[in-house]
Design a protein around this ligand. Structure first.
Ligand SMILES: [Fe+2]
Length: 210
């Protein structure tokens, strides 16, 4: 039930809020067939989302992407991750385009990835818990939503979100964070791929600048 970890209502909001629907040069199916055209194709397995000067509490997330069997690490899978800043916004008010805090990674031979960023804030309206969205694809993995990373202890988590996360077992998407030296929040977010992809609008650009 990994899909349910991305609430449809949240997905719908995502498309509208993230500005991922717009004029684009190529489609998701293009990406799946010729992902070398996307910057994610050459992305490192570890890196940053927010720059070092980004305001907020530093956060490090690491994880492993697994095949649908849940046990086989999935190498060379592009992970696109994005989130809000401490203002709860994906981009400055009045601006369009992809989320400001976004990056691509590519899993290593053991399916691993890691990124450093800042801990995101909930949307200003306070209806949804703070989160990190993920999308994944590769030459052999159809483009799909990965589970949305949520944070244990967030008072905005809903009962449905808690139930859906618990149903994912070791792939639960509500993850604990521990605070280490330097005030860095650390967590683990393992993702299990689905055998089939998700529908994306033809012009979805997976975070490319419009
Ligand atoms: Fe979102």
């Amino acid at each position: 039930m990994q899909r349910s970890a991305n609430a449809p209502s949240r997905r719908g909001f995502l498309f509208a809020s993230a500005g991922l629907v717009g004029a684009g040069a190529f489609t998701l199916s293009d990406l799946s067939r010729a992902c070398g055209k996307h910057p994610g194709a050459n992305a490192p397995s570890e890196g940053r989302i927010a720059g070092i000067d980004e305001p907020g509490e530093p956060m490090e997330i690491e994880g492993t992407v697994y095949a649908p069997d849940g046990t086989t690490p999935a190498a060379d899978v592009v992970l696109y991750a994005y989130h809000t800043g401490i203002d709860g916004l994906y981009r400055p008010a009045g601006q369009s385009g992809p989320p400001r805090l976004r990056a691509w990674f590519k899993t290593d031979a053991r399916g691993r990835y890691a990124y450093r960023t800042i801990r995101p804030a909930a949307y200003p309206e306070g209806k949804w818990a703070a989160h990190v969205h993920t999308q994944l694809w590769s030459a052999t993995v159809p483009a799909q939503w990965g589970s949305t990373l949520l944070f244990a202890g967030d008072p905005l988590l809903t009962a449905d979100e808690r139930r859906e996360s618990a149903a994912l077992g070791r792939f639960a998407n509500i993850r604990p964070l521990t605070r280490g030296p330097g005030g860095v929040w650390r967590g683990v977010h393992d993702i299990r791929l689905e055998p089939t992809g998700d529908h994306f609008e033809d012009n979805t650009r997976h975070g490319l600048q419009g």
